[in-house]
Write a protein that binds this ligand. Structure first.
Ligand code: ZN
Length: 683
C-alpha cells in the first residue's frame, strides 16, 4: 500500500501529509533547483539524496547496483500499462531525436508535449485518472513526421510496412473510443474487456474470476497472491498464465534485473540482507509465488540494514480485479537523523502523556510511543517513477502482515522536495497576510510541519484511554474526525511547549508560530481549494482541520485572538495572540479527549456538524478563484539523480558519485537507450 499526497493540493506543508516524515535542513541550499519543468497538468521536480556521500564505499556500491536493477524494469511497466505503449513511445522517440522539420512548429510542440506525457504516465493513459489523453496534433502531421525519420528506427512489427504500422497504431492514439481507460472500475461492465491495461488477453472477467476461484482453497490460511506475476491469456481455447520470470514473459528485462541483484548480493551489508536478495533472485528465476512469500517474510524481518529496497511486481492498482501487480522499485537508506527525531519523541512519550491538558482520568498510566522509520530515496523506478508515493507500507499479503508484521516508511527527501518546490510558487504570497507571518512560515514551516506530523503519528493517536466499558466505535460516523482532531491537537498543543526546544526538536521558542499560522490558514481557508464548488467537507482529516481552526477562531473572538481580515477584496487569516491560541488548542484537546474517552456521540455530532462540515460559499469561491490564478500544476513527478562509478586505473571501484544535472527529456531518452531490453511486442 502506498500513501500518496494529493499533490494538486500540496501548496504548503500542512495540506497533505498523513504519516510521520522527515527532517528538514535548517539552512537550505538555495542553489539547488527543485523545479525542472512544467507541461500539461504536470510539474517535474528534482530531489536531493542527502547523506549519500557519507555512506561507506560498500554501501554506495550496493545502492549503485540496486539502482541499476531498479532502472532495468522500466519497459515492463510500459507494457503492463497497455500493449501498444512501447511501440508508441519508441515511435515518438524516433521522431523526437530525428525530426528534420521546424521544431517551433505548433504541431511539433504538441507532439513533444504528448511524448513527455507518455513518459510520465508510462503509457498513453493518465497516470492518476487513467483516462487516455488525446494529442494536440493531427494524424496527418504524425504521418508526415513518421515518414521523415529512418525506417530502421521505427518499432515496426515483423514484415510490417510504415502504412500498416500507422493503420494499426493511429486509432489507439487518436480515437477516443479505442482503449479509453487503463483501469475501468465502473460497476456492471466487464472490467477486463473495458480496461486497456495489458494484464489479460482474450479472456472475460467471468473467465478470469472462475480461473482463480478454482485455484483458491478457502481453508488455506497462508494463501499465495494468486495471479500476482502473470498475464492471463487464452491460447487455443485454453486459459493459461504467462508468468513474468527468467525464461518466461519479460525475460530479457528480468534477466538484467537479476544480473544487478547478483552484484548487489556480493556487497550486501549483512547475512540477513544477503538472504533477502538471494530469495528475490530465486523468485525471479522460478516465478514461484511461495518463494515470493518467503522473500517477503525475510524482507519484513530485515530491520537492521541501513539500506533497503523494493524491487518487483508489487501493487495491484492497475488491475481492475486487484490481483496482478505492476512492476516497481525504490532503493533507499535510513535517514538516521530524522529517525532519531521520531525516536526522541517516542522515548519521551510518557512525559507528554503526563503533562497534557487532558483530564487525568482519561490519561494512560503507561504509554508507548511509536517510532517510525524515515528513509531517503536513492532512486524511483517503475510504477514509482516519475510520480511517486511519499510513504510505503509493505508487504501486501494480509496473512504475512498479521503473522510477521509489515514495514511502514516515509520518504523524507521526497516530502522535502515537495515542500521546497512549493516555496516561491506564489501560494504564500497570495494567501499569507504579511511579511511577519511569511517569515515564520518560510523559516520554520517545513520543519514544524514535519514535527507536527511526527507528534500526531508517534504520540497523538496513542495517547489517552477509553473509560471502562466504552465501545471504541461509540462515535460512529464522527469517530474518525474526532480521532484525527485528537491526534492533531495533541501535536499542536505541544508544538509550543518549551520541552520541544529542550529536546532539540525546535530551534527556538517562536518556531512553532510557523505551524500555528499554516494550520489556521489552512483550516480556515486554503484547504478549500480541494473542495468542488457547492460541496461540503467530507474527508475526515479535512473536517478535523476545519473543526479545530473554526473552533479556535470562534472561541477566541471576544479577545480577537484570530482574525479574518479583508484587504483589497481578499480574505486573510491574522493571528493576534499565539499564546492564547495554544491555550485554546489545549482546551479543545481536553474536550475532544473527553468525547472520545466517554463515547459521547451527541457531543461529537454537535461539534463536528457545527464546525467541521459546512463551507462558506462566498469565501470558498474567493479561495478557488485566487488559487486558479496561480496556475499550479495539479500533479507532480521527479527526475532521478544520476549515479556514476568512479574507478582507478586498474578498474577497482573507488567511489560512487551522485549528480543532479540531468533534464527530464534527457533522462527519459537515456533510460530508453540504456535500460530497454524488451521487444516492442511482448506475447
Ligand atoms: Zn492521523
Amino acid at each position: 500500500m502506498k500513501n500518496f499526497l494529493i499533490v494538486s493540493l500540496l501548496a504548503t506543508a500542512t495540506l497533505g501529509s498523513t504519516s510521520c516524515n522527515s527532517k528538514k535542513e535548517m539552512n537550505e541550499n538555495n542553489e539547488f533547483n527543485y523545479n525542472v519543468e512544467q507541461f500539461a497538468d504536470l510539474q517535474i521536480l528534482r530531489y536531493k539524496v542527502p547523506g549519500f556521500e557519507n555512506l561507506d564505499l560498500k554501501q554506495k556500491e550496493l545502492i549503485y547496483y540496486l539502482t541499476e536493477a531498479a532502472l532495468e524494469g522500466r519497459d515492463i511497466l510500459f507494457d503492463q500499462n497497455g500493449k501498444y505503449n512501447l511501440r508508441i513511445r519508441r515511435m515518438l522517440e524516433a521522431i523526437y531525436t530525428q525530426y528534420p522539420g521546424d521544431k517551433n512548429n505548433e504541431e511539433y510542440k504538441q507532439l513533444e508535449t504528448y511524448l513527455k506525457r507518455v513518459w510520465f504516465s508510462n503509457g498513453i493513459h493518465h497516470h492518476y485518472g487513467s483516462d487516455k489523453f488525446i494529442p494536440g496534433f493531427t494524424p496527418e502531421f504524425l504521418k508526415s513526421a513518421i515518414v521523415s525519420v529512418d525506417e530502421q528506427t521505427l518499432p515496426l512489427a515483423n514484415g510490417q510496412t510504415v502504412d500498416e504500422f500507422c493503420a494499426e497504431i493511429f486509432p489507439v492514439i487518436f480515437d477516443s473510443a479505442v482503449m479509453p481507460k487503463r483501469v475501468n472500475q465502473a460497476h456492471g461492465e466487464d472490467l477486463i474487456l473495458t480496461s486497456a491495461g495489458n494484464y489479460y488477453d482474450g479472456v472475460t472477467q467471468a473467465e478470469a474470476e472462475a480461473f482463480y476461484d478454482a485455484m483458491k482453497n478457502p481453508a488455506d490460511t497462508t494463501p499465495v497472491s494468486y495471479g500476482l506475476n502473470s498475464r492471463l491469456v487464452k491460447e487455443n481455447g485454453e486459459i493459461v498464465e504467462k508468468v513474468w520470470k527468467v525464461d518466461g514473459m519479460y525475460s530479457p528485462a528480468i534477466e538484467k534485473v537479476v544480473y544487478w541483484l547478483k552484484k548487489a548480493e556480493g556487497v550486501a551489508e549483512n547475512e540477513q540482507q544477503k538472504a533477502v536478495i538471494q530469495k528475490l533472485i530465486a523468485y525471479y528465476e522460478t516465478g514461484d509465488l511461495r518463494t515470493f512469500d518467503e522473500y517477503a517474510i525475510l524482507w519484513v524481518k530485515d530491520l537492521d540494514s541501513r539500506i533497503d529496497f523494493v524491487n518487483g511486481f508489487t501493487e495491484t492498482y492497475g488491475d481492475p480485479l486487484g490481483m496482478k501487480a505492476s512492476w516497481e522499485s525504490l532503493v533507499n537508506f535510513k535517514d538516521l537523523e530524522a529517525t532519531q527525531r521520531t525516536e526522541t519523541i517516542s522515548n519521551n512519550a510518557q512525559w507528554f502523556e503526563d503533562n497534557s491538558p487532558v483530564s487525568p482520568e482519561f490519561k494512560k498510566d503507561e504509554v508507548k510511543g511509536v517510532s517510525a522509520k524515515v528513509i531517503t530515496a536513492a532512486i524511483l523506478a517503475g510504477d514509482l517513477y516519475p510520480a511517486t508515493a511519499i510513504g510505503i507500507n509493505l508487504p501486501n499479503a494480509n496473512w504475512i502482515r498479521a503473522d510477521h508484521g509489515s514495514k511502514s516508511v516515509t520518504i523524507g527527501n521526497i516530502t522535502d522536495a515537495y515542500n521546497k518546490a512549493a516555496h516561491g510558487n506564489g501560494f504564500g504570497d497570495e494567501f499569507i497576510y504579511s511579511a511577519t507571518e511569511k517569515e515564520y512560515v518560510d523559516k520554520y514551516g517545513d520543519l514544524t510541519g514535519d514535527l507536527h506530523t511526527d507528534l500526531h503519528e508517534c504520540l497523538g493517536h496513542g495517547s489517552g484511554k477509553l473509560l471502562p466499558g466504552v465501545d471504541p466505535d461509540a462515535l460512529k460516523a464522527y469517530g474518525s474526525t474526532i480521532e484525527e482532531a485528537r491526534a492533531d491537537l495533541f501535536g499542536l498543543y505541544y508544538m509550543a511547549d518549551p520541552k520541544l526546544v529542550e529536546l532539540g526538536l525546535l530551534p527556538n521558542d517562536e518556531a512553532y508560530k510557523g505551524e500555528y499560522y499554516n494550520f489556521l490558514m489552512n483550516g480556515l481557508m486554503t484547504q478549500l481549494v480541494r473542495i468542488e464548488p457547492g460541496n461540503n467537507i467530507e474527508e475526515s482529516h479535512m473536517r478535523n482541520r476545519q473543526l479545530i481552526a473554526r473552533w479556535v477562531y470562534e472561541k477566541g473572538q471576544p479577545e480577537n485572538v484570530v482574525e479574518m481580515v479583508k484587504r483589497d477584496g481578499k480574505t486573510y487569516v491574522v493571528v493576534n495572540d499565539y499564546e492564547k491560541v495554544r491555550e485554546l488548542f489545549g482546551e479543545l484537546l481536553s474536550e475532544i479527549q473527553r468525547i472520545k474517552s466517554t463515547g459521547d456521540v451527541n457531543a461529537a455530532r454537535e461539534i463536528v456538524e457545527q464546525y467541521a462540515v459546512k463551507v462558506d460559499p462566498e469565501l470558498h469561491a474567493e479561495v478557488l478563484d485566487r488559487y486558479r490564478k496561480l496556475n499550479l500544476s495539479p500533479y507532480k513527478g521527479f527526475v532521478n539523480p544520476v549515479y556514476e562509478l568512479v574507478t582507478d586505473k586498474n578498474g577497482n571501484i573507488t567511489d560512487v558519485v551522485v549528480t543532479y544535472n540531468e533534464g527530464y527529456a534527457e533522462q527519459m531518452l537515456r533510460y530508453s537507450k540504456d535500460y530497454s531490453s524488451l521487444p516492442s511486442i511482448n506475447e
